[in-house]
Design a protein around this ligand. Structure first.
Ligand code: NI
Length: 167
């Protein structure tokens, strides 16, 4: 397993619509392992393949976090089949250092996809797990938290990022 470098905004891979994953080849299996490790070592609860430069519909997550590591999960080609309720969550993202903003999310979601063994799975989620799923699935559609933020907040972050790139 290897820890992969995390792409940060405004890397174009983060704004691309990711491609569906076909068969689980040895390369995909390896990528899942690497993403899981990268997620834990970066102190994250979720990671999407575009964040490590792979524009494919694959996410890893673990709502119990990098200390417990009790519920590792990989999902391929996830889709939200239903969403209910509405809540505001304060979120941050490994691809957006120092940034956080409030996002409107479904309170409960049902997500379908395939797991790392290629089996069809359906997940009914609420609370933190529901938020992580929606956040990571946004990445597969080229969406990050800056797309949820106000124009002012986004402009301020753009200015900050430009300055970092110069320094
Ligand atoms: Ni993110």
């Amino acid at each position: 397993m290897a820890r992969l470098p995390i792409r940060t905004y405004p890397d174009p891979v983060l704004a691309a619509i990711a491609e569906p994953v076909g068969e689980i080849t040895p390369e995909i299996a390896q990528l899942i392992d690497d993403m899981m490790l990268t997620m834990y070592e970066s102190d994250g609860v979720g990671l999407a393949a575009p964040q490590v430069g792979q524009s494919i519909r694959l996410i890893t997550l673990d709502e119990t976090g990098p200390k417990e590591r009790k519920k590792p999960m990989a999902l391929l080609n996830p889709v939200i089949v239903s969403g209910e309720g509405c809540k505001e969550s304060e979120e941050s993202c490994l691809s957006l250092p120092t940034f956080s903003c409030k996002v409107k999310r479904y309170e409960c979601v049902t997500v379908k996809g395939r797991n790392e063994k290629g089996e069809d799975v359906e997940i009914k989620a609420e609370g933190l797990l529901a938020v992580i799923l929606q956040h990571e699935m946004d990445h597969l559609d080229g969406k990050t938290l800056v797309d949820h933020a106000s124009r002012l907040k986004r402009t301020m972050y753009d200015t900050k990022v430009k300055k970092w790139r110069k320094d």
